[in-house]
Design a binder for this molecule. Structure first.
Ligand code: AMP
Ligand code: MG
Length: 432
């Protein structure tokens, strides 16, 4: 059997995270495909959440005409130097009006105008209807405007041909609105990377099996599948691997056909924690085999040279290596270590620039006492209203407490030296 990795590969949280980020930065997305913007309507594939693979350029000026921002009167600002001013109303322009129906404004004149309508030639501002009184074909205006007020100039949002979106952007509702506004019914997106998920453990059974008295249902494959999807990948669930090298080896070999392999369980120090040694047989290079965090200390990150995979009839990958993460099997540890370490690798394979981990702050509702030495990511509940955010621990009973985790909506982040944090203090947190 291959030698176990060096025991000294235990890193601080920051070192481990930076290491993953550096490797992720060198990963490439998997090819491109065209997706219909409207596929999501009435079911089917949804373009939201896919990653843009082409630059999106403005097909015309935005706005394409000087657009009125308010209902009111189009005027020359100079005509309102004396107030109140009375101007002759020479017509009306509504949204969608054709050029031939738009009068040209002369000094002393005004044109009734609606939001979204093109400002008439000669007008340089719109006075809101609230400041006007209509008297037949005249309008009395009680408030001055500056030139440019309430008109969005042609091309001020974007010039024709200008780049509006760049490849690597995860498409959300605003990006989809933009694609729609330039008439793009199809977008080129990156293919989702395939992420193999391998749960391990002799005690773990499939969820449709009635568990024996000392057996545990497999929840990790399901939480990981959801997390992989949320990160932009396509999960491939492998059968549960027993704590036995032959079958584990076969299933790891299957998992290495994917673009990334996630293993859950079997990475601690127990006699039957075989994941690292079997990965070692595939010439694994280990970047870390532990991180000074809780939950999730035994987390493993590494890669296997593609040449070390058993020969299969699969097309060659874009990369020289398949990366893997060995996540500790306690369900909360699995979830947390996925978010902290695996997520950036999936985002990179999906074509995104991995998002930075950003901690927000909120006031702690009640005191926390912890042991020092590890950076902690504790399931917590963020509540309060508007600017008054408060956070408290979700009252968990350790790394297996899925019920507490399901109630939580964030993690409180406690530094390795923070043994007591008083109520009312600001604490960093990671929103889920
Ligand atoms: P391990 O990391 O293999 O030592 O497992 C740590 C703990 O997590 C044990 O109590 C396991 O029973 C539990 N566990 C491991 N894998 C899973 C899984 N797929 N679903 C639910 N619990 C698991
Ligand atoms: Mg186990």
């Amino acid at each position: 059997m291959a030698a176990l990795p060096e025991p000294s590969l235990i890193l601080s949280f920051e070192e481990a995270r930076h290491l993953v980020e550096r490797h992720a930065a060198a990963l490439h997305p998997r090819g491109k495909e065209l997706t219909e913007l409207l596929d999501g309507v009435g079911g089917g594939q949804v373009v939201a959440g896919q990653v843009l693979a082409e630059p999106i350029l403005a097909d015309r000026n935005f706005p394409p005409f000087p657009r009125a921002m308010r209902d009111g009167y189009a005027v020359r600002a100079a005509d309102l130097s004396q107030l109140p001013a009375t101007l002759a109303v020479i017509g009306e322009v509504k949204a969608g009006a054709a050029d031939r129906d738009i009068p040209v404004l002369q000094p002393g004149q005004a044109v009734a105008i609606m939001t979204g309508a093109p400002a008439p030639p000669g007008a340089d501002a719109v006075v809101m209807v609230e400041y006007t009184t209509r008297e037949d074909d005249r309008v009395r205006i009680a408030k001055a405007v500056a030139a440019g007020d309430n008109i969005v100039p042609t091309g001020s949002e974007a010039r024709r041909g200008e780049r509006l979106l760049s490849p690597g952007l995860r498409l959300d509702y605003a990006a989809i609105a933009l694609a729609a506004s330039i008439g793009r019914s199809r977008l080129l997106v990156y293919r989702k990377p395939k992420v193999a998920v391998l749960a391990t453990g002799d005690e773990i059974v499939d969820i449709d099996v009635v568990p024996g008295a000392n057996q545990i249902r497999n929840s990790n494959s399901y939480s990981l599948a959801a997390q992989v999807q949320a990160a932009g990948g396509e999960p491939l669930l492998l059968p549960i691997a027993p704590d036995e090298p032959t079958r584990l080896r076969e299933l790891i070999a299957d998992g290495l056909e994917a673009d990334l392999l996630l293993l859950a369980g079997g990475v601690s120090m127990g006699k039957y924690d075989l994941v690292e040694s079997v990965l070692g047989e595939f010439q694994a290079e280990f970047f870390f085999t532990g991180v000074l965090i809780q939950p999730g200390k035994p987390a493993v990150f590494g890669r296997i040279p593609c040449g070390a995979r058993p020969a299969r009839e699969t097309p060659p990958s874009h990369e020289d290596h398949v990366y893997f993460f060995g996540l500790p099997g306690n369900p909360i540890s699995t979830m947390v270590t996925f978010e902290l370490f695996a997520r950036p690798a999936i985002e990179a394979l999906a074509g995104m620039k991995p998002r930075k981990l950003l901690f927000l702050s909120a006031r702690l509702k009640s005191e926390i006492r912890t042991k020092t030495g590890l950076k902690r990511f504790l399931p917590a509940i963020l509540s309060g209203e508007f600017e008054q955010a408060e956070v408290e621990l979700a009252g968990w009973h350790g790394s297996g407490d899925v019920a507490a985790m399901a109630r939580a909506n964030c993690y409180i982040v406690i530094p390795p030296d923070g043994d007591r944090i008083a109520a009312g203090e600001w604490v960093p947190l990671l929103v889920r």
